[in-house]
Design a protein around this ligand. Structure first.
Ligand code: GDP
Ligand code: MN
Length: 349
């Protein structure tokens, strides 16, 4: 750490060294992508951007996970683009199927009802397995067990700015467990009883609730109801050891027993976010303003002009979602007493 300090600003030594492999230590970390074979060209776009903007200088590994075996095309295309080692994992059947306590007829009726009400992904079985897998299992896949940190990447995302420093190392050195770039309100119809289950967990496991937590991010009435705020989990950089901790596993298993992954359509974003908000100290959650990101339909673009020029960004700051009314990021800043970035009040709302 001492010999190669993180270059966080244009005046720091090493900032301009963009052409070569970044000096300094590497963390025990990997990219992780859950994908189908048919996602190959959409994930290829994402990998190309992550490599161009960051990983070609760091060469972190990349783990791909799938409920079906990856085909040769998927492996060839992705391994040709990734600069680190690539690993391809098959998800064990028991992590991608109904647990024995789930009543499948009841789950089917819910899907039919949600389909009639045109709730997005409401009729999908695979989407529910995906959300449950991302909530409770990806960090326990054998290929993930050797790593301490992960960066989740989905198909068809964009990175708009250079990432000059190693975000994994930022997490390690700042002792952060979870990070985000976009936050918003969840669609309430998909998580009707998620907060009831959360309250039950809080009652049964007070020992897991962090004293200096972010309950205020999640609730406007001191925990009585959920305000639906969550960190958008298609982008995450976080600690695998935290997800594998007893507190997180107890939380996941308690929710899983209540069945809402199938009887409703609980997303991994609110599940991870509620866990981060309650089980972590508030200063263990990080917002990466410097990592400019798009996943349909939202953009995080730094509002400070100098930041965008320094980082060679190609996003339009007017598209930045952070300070619009449907974002929850203001709450995160207020709760943590953080100063909002330059330009946050000068954009079109
Ligand atoms: P959205 O972002 O909520 O619209 O959902 P996505 O379709 O992007 O799915 C989230 C992630 O899970 C992406 O990385 C997908 O590639 C992956 N995914 C979704 N469904 C499946 C599935 O049935 N099998 C596999 N292997 N991956 C899936
Ligand atoms: Mn997606």
């Amino acid at each position: 750490g001492k010999q190669f300090p993180l270059a966080m600003n244009p005046n720091d030594p090493g900032w301009d060294n963009l052409m070569s492999t970044a000096p300094g230590p590497r963390m025990n970390a990997t990219f992780v992508t859950l994908a189908r074979n048919s996602d190959v060209y959409d994930i290829a776009k994402s990998i190309r951007q992550v490599e161009d903007r960051f990983n070609r200088r760091y060469n972190y590994d990349w783990v791909f996970l799938n409920d079906k075996p990856f085909d040769d095309t998927f492996k060839k295309v992705t391994s040709s683009l990734a600069s680190g080692k690539t690993h391809y994992g098959l998800i064990p059947k028991e992590h991608w199927s109904y647990p024995e306590w789930i009543d499948r007829d009841r789950a089917k009726k819910v899907r039919e009802d949600m389909k009639a009400r045109k709730i997005i992904y409401g009729d999908s079985v695979s989407y529910r397995h995906m959300c449950r897998y991302e909530s409770g299992f990806f960090f326990r896949h054998p290929l993930m067990l050797n790593y301490e940190y992960y960066w989740r990447v989905e198909p068809s995302i964009e990175l708009f700015c250079d990432v000059h420093y190693d975000p994994f190392r930022v997490l390690v050195e700042e002792d952060k467990k979870y990070s985000f770039v976009l936050s918003l309100y969840e669609y309430g119809e998909t998580i009707k009883t998620l907060w009831d289950s959360t309250k039950k967990f809080m009652k049964n496991h007070p020992e897991h609730i962090a004293p200096d937590n972010s309950l205020e991010f999640l609730s406007d009435d001191d925990g009585e109801t959920y305000n639906n705020c969550h960190f958008w989990s298609n982008f995450e950089i976080g600690s695998l050891d935290w997800l594998r901790s007893k507190s997180y596993i107890d939380f996941f298993e308690s929710l899983d027993k209540d069945g809402g992954f199938f009887y409703e359509r609980w997303g991994d974003a609110p599940v991870h976010s509620i866990a981060a908000g309650l089980l972590l100290k508030k200063d263990e959650i990080k917002f990466f303003n410097d990592i400019a990101y798009y996943h349909v339909p939202f953009t995080h673009c730094p509002t400070g002009e100098q930041t965008r020029l320094d980082l060679r960004c190609h996003c339009n700051p007017k598209d930045n979602f952070d300070w619009k009314t449907y974002s929850c990021t203001s709450r995160y800043f207020d709760l943590n007493g953080l100063k909002k970035p330059e330009g946050h009040d000068s954009e079109h709302k």
